[in-house]
Design a protein around this ligand. Structure first.
Ligand code: HEC
Ligand code: HEC
Ligand code: HEC
Ligand code: HEC
Ligand code: HEC
Ligand code: HEC
Ligand code: HEC
Ligand code: HEC
Ligand code: HEC
Ligand code: HEC
Length: 318
């Protein structure tokens, strides 16, 4: 009996001791776990994993940034979809900073201290190649133009990719272009029917002046197919470069011509034959031109191949 009691006592004290030890082991963990429960990981608002940032940068913050959730950068199906830190850097010092004074690793605004190349590097990490194949070495890259000088990230509408508003973004730096596209003869750029990026790839290209195609002419042909020919009689400057006679941005002379036709033509054609002699209404010099445009007679100035009138077709008259 005694021995039985003793056994119970020993067993109890063992149990006590064990539960005490277990208690020590479990209790703090339990408390710790409760601690964690109190601090649920902050919820993501628009991008996967943005919770650690949007806990502060929400819709109430001075800088509204959540509209990024309405752009392609939110495409969840795309595994490359960025989160805040893909662009701004890990920036843990920023989140944890008690005075919250530190900036994240990378900012893009006007006051950014990060070199342009580093800022662009963040974008190129995902956007290399494709239309940006010629970015390195392009004039914009060489002049330290940031991707974000043109692109807005935290707005639903990226102005530079909207056909109506695009030109405004370019005019920020290319001020003279604003005057040109308002001249009497112009491409319908204001109306958004023809836009800068129909002719230029602002990310650089293999062609001159950032042309979207390999040459000025190839770019023009993409809309003005009939000017490509082939013609039996070619006018050399037309084959060489449309921009010899035309300024595609806008001119005061009609037809986007750099100057009016007698003067334009006389830049190359000696004014010593019918092209420059004084005019009469009849006789040998009837076709005289001083007061008339050369194109009145030479109507096919881009090239001709009319099988009739063999003599004059080489004169671009038909
Ligand atoms: C504890 C709150 C807090 C957290 C968390 C936080 N920020 Fe900030 N952040 C601030 C404050 C405050 C400022 C300075 C005031 C301002 O410009 O809004 C700031 C500034 C910024 C700026 C610069 C704004 C400017 O004016 O140029 C960026 C960019 C930024 N934070 C991004 C982030 C990112 C990305 C994260 C997540 C990795 C993050 N923040 C997490 C509070 C926070
Ligand atoms: C694709 C790159 C990219 C991503 C992703 C991104 N940002 Fe930005 N962020 C920028 C750029 C670029 C700017 C500069 C202003 C602009 O162009 O809209 C900026 C500006 C800011 C600013 C300052 C606002 C201002 O007007 O200067 C804050 C704050 C900020 N971002 C926080 C965040 C937070 C939080 C997230 C995640 C929800 C985030 N960013 C995701 C690129 C990005
Ligand atoms: C982590 C990868 C990643 C980073 C970093 C990133 N992007 Fe993107 N971006 C994407 C994805 C994914 C898309 C949507 C898919 C697509 O259109 O290619 C996209 C779409 C875009 C689009 C719109 C394309 C469209 O068709 O609407 C623009 C413009 C753009 N990004 C510019 C930038 C700029 C500028 C930066 C730097 C500030 C940047 N991106 C940083 C992944 C990224
Ligand atoms: C000079 C203005 C300008 C600069 C600088 C610029 N872009 Fe663009 N970007 C545009 C325009 C205009 C479009 C729309 C026309 C087009 O698609 O070519 C565009 C379109 C895009 C697109 C969507 C179309 C596509 O190619 O998928 C992405 C992504 C993009 N840019 C990324 C970048 C990145 C990254 C940089 C920096 C290395 C950059 N851009 C610099 C003007 C610019
Ligand atoms: C932040 C300023 C800035 C913006 C915005 C900008 N550019 Fe430029 N661009 C430049 C600079 C600087 C050059 C270098 C030539 C110069 O000094 O004028 C240049 C040169 C060019 C060239 C000549 C390229 C060559 O090889 O001859 C073209 C074409 C051009 N930009 C088109 C555009 C278009 C289209 C847009 C709008 C989508 C645009 N730019 C927006 C600054 C800018
Ligand atoms: C119809 C095609 C076309 C359109 C649209 C167009 N450009 Fe051009 N751009 C050209 C051609 C061609 C050249 C080369 C001119 C030359 O060689 O004399 C050029 C040259 C330029 C240059 C180089 C400097 C200069 O003036 O020669 C800049 C900058 C430029 N364009 C900006 C723009 C901007 C900004 C827009 C939109 C407002 C725009 N372009 C619309 C065809 C176009
Ligand atoms: C994206 C298509 C497109 C491209 C590329 C293009 N054009 Fe045009 N062009 C047009 C349209 C649209 C009109 C207006 C037609 C109309 O009003 O009937 C036009 C009109 C013209 C006119 C007549 C202007 C007038 O005052 O009547 C000339 C000249 C011209 N383009 C020359 C060029 C040259 C040179 C190039 C290459 C540098 C070029 N275009 C590239 C679409 C284009
Ligand atoms: C030698 C100067 C010259 C060159 C080079 C030139 N053009 Fe013209 N272009 C003219 C003249 C002159 C007119 C006005 C014709 C008229 O009044 O009949 C004109 C008119 C036009 C027109 C509007 C009328 C029409 O015929 O549709 C277009 C579009 C045009 N040119 C496109 C081009 C393209 C594209 C190129 C390059 C392949 C080019 N031009 C090269 C002189 C030239
Ligand atoms: C940039 C220089 C240049 C300009 C500007 C120019 N031409 Fe020409 N043109 C030439 C050349 C080069 C030839 C070929 C000459 C040859 O074959 O002897 C030519 C040939 C001609 C011919 C055929 C002559 C022949 O003997 O076969 C006619 C007609 C003509 N041009 C008319 C015009 C008219 C009209 C204009 C103005 C709208 C014009 N040209 C503007 C350079 C130019
Ligand atoms: C009234 C019609 C008419 C006008 C206007 C006209 N031409 Fe001609 N041009 C002709 C004819 C016809 C020929 C064919 C040559 C001949 O039969 O003598 C010709 C021939 C030419 C030739 C070939 C070499 C020559 O001199 O015979 C050139 C170059 C030329 N024209 C350029 C011009 C230029 C430049 C202008 C404007 C300053 C112009 N033409 C205005 C009718 C005209």
């Amino acid at each position: 009996m005694l021995s039985n009691l003793k056994t119970v006592q020993i067993t109890l004290s063992w149990l006590l001791a064990i539960s005490f030890v277990i208690g020590i082991l479990i209790l703090p963990q339990y408390v710790f776990a409760e601690d964690l429960d109190d601090e649920d990981p902050p919820q993501d608002l628009v991008l996967k994993g943005d919770g650690k940032c949007t806990v502060c940068h929400d819709e109430n913050s001075d800088n509204p940034i959540l509209a990024i959730g309405k752009t392609k950068h939110e495409t969840i199906a795309d595994h490359r979809t960025p989160t805040c830190t893909s662009c701004h850097g890990e920036g843990s010092s920023h989140e944890d900073s008690p005075d919250r004074a530190l900036m994240p690793e990378r900012t893009f605004g006007k006051k950014s201290l990060n070199p342009v190349e580093e800022r662009n590097g963040a974008c190129l990490a995902c956007h290399q190649g494709g239309k940006r194949m010629h970015w390195a070495g392009s004039l914009h890259a060489n002049r330290d133009i940031a991707c974000t000088a043109c692109h807005q990230i935290h707005t639903e509408q990226d102005k530079v990719r909207n056909r109506i508003t695009q030109a405004e973004v370019c005019f920020d730096c290319h001020k003279e272009l604003r005057t040109l596209i308002n001249r009497p003869s112009r491409h319908p750029i204001r109306e958004g029917k023809v836009i800068c990026s129909d002719c230029h790839n602002p990310h650089g290209s293999a062609g001159p002046s950032n042309m979207v195609r390999d040459s000025v002419n190839e770019t023009c042909y993409s809309c003005h197919m009939e000017k490509r020919g082939p013609f039996v009689y070619n006018h050399p400057p037309v084959q060489e470069n449309c921009a010899i006679c035309h300024n595609p941005h806008g001119t005061t002379a009609p037809n986007l011509l750099r100057s009016r036709s007698p003067f334009l033509c006389q830049e190359c054609h000696e004014p010593n034959t019918h092209q420059g002699s004084s005019g009469t209404l009849t006789g040998a010099y009837a076709r005289n031109t001083l007061a008339r445009g050369c194109a009145n007679c030479h109507t096919q100035v881009h090239g001709s191949n009319n099988p009739q009138n063999i003599r004059n077709e080489s004169m671009f008259q038909r």
